[in-house]
Design a protein around this ligand. Sequence first.
Ligand code: SF4
Ligand code: SF4
Ligand code: FES
Length: 427
Amino acid sequence: MITLTINGKKVKAKEETTLLEICRKMSISIPTLCYHPDLAPHGSCRLCTVEVSENGKARMVTSCNFPAREGIKVETHSDQVIQARRILVELLLARCPQVPFIQDLARELGVEKTPFKTENPENNCILCGLCVRTCNEIVGADAIGFSHRGTRKKIGTPFEIDSEQCLACGACEYICPTGAVRMEMDRIRKIKRSDTGTLRYCRYMRLGLVDFMVCSNGFECWRCEVDQAMEDRFGTHPAFAVKPAKNKHPLQVNGFTFFPELFYSEEHLWARPMDGNIQLGFDDLVSTFAMEADSIRLPPPGTVLKKRQVLAEITAAGKTARVLSPFTGTVSVINRDVEESPSLAWRDPYRRGWLLILQPEPPDQISRLYSGEPAKTWFTKQAANLATLFMKWAPKPSKKEESQDGQLIRTIVRRHWDKLAEVLLSH
Ligand code: SF4
Ligand code: SF4
Ligand code: FES
């Protein structure tokens, strides 16, 4: 424990606790904009500014990310602090003059008007980054980010095109303090069509909260009983309650990606249990076949698949690799996006590149697969073997090849397709 002084009062705190956390415990009110207790502090809005004196020197710091230190003196409402917050609010008011949240904040700080010029009175985004961090740290989708610089800086999807990575979960809309994020239903319906082209998976399925559900409300969640039930159950946006991103941290093993929470089969498929069903996809090793695939064929829904029958057929430049099923069961859904865009199974094999959902018969077959530490041990060995082969087969790269990400692997896969299939797919 350390001792510091806040507004003339000595307090004890754990080292590394932020000043904001300590102040909140002491019921000292400090305005914040970019801070959220579930997100890593960002320190971008600077509204939480306080004055810290240390070794006889005073300076302004952002309390949301400034860790408590032995002996420091903190003033949360000195004249300089209030003045600094007022200027910040005047800038925000000039940026977003019509946002009620900002207007309220200005009133609280006694700011009636701003001396700064308003460029675009319609602008609602204060660039606090809450939506971006929510999408990244809570949802794990990484669908949006900042783009441009200076006065042109804004929030959006990469290259400003509709993002396939977006789950349409609405967590960004929920967290935005100014109402700048709006879910555009028509665009979401278009992006999130499912295998039939008309069905749409529920956003809670995409978040991993329900196993399998198709939206029958055209993504108008406010009309949906399930949505209401979720809100009642969690009392917040469900993404914040379950934080799907925490299970989505992949490991890099000998240059290949491994998701610890999944099951893995000798056939190089990952499997995710879904309350009676099993979702399947290529692991990162076998997904290399899909790098330049012309097609990936999957058995149509309704097919009864026997263990060791062909589950996926990958074809590239006249060569075919067949991946066998580790289970017996009935195919309930296939990922048409992978059929339409086969390289998705390589670009994002564990998420958007999933292959199909199977209803296993008998039900408990997944427990035979590798999971936990044995899965990691098995995957590590397989990845090491493949990495060794890739090194052995690697041609001397030309300058052009070196500069192109993945080009060497492409060349190897093309030249050694049969051997690779023998190593990975014949057991
Ligand atoms: S809807 Fe969800 S996945 Fe899409 S950008 Fe917002 S937080 Fe990210
Ligand atoms: S859209 Fe909303 S949450 Fe995102 S940066 Fe702008 S104001 Fe913040
Ligand atoms: S809340 Fe601390 S910088 Fe925004």
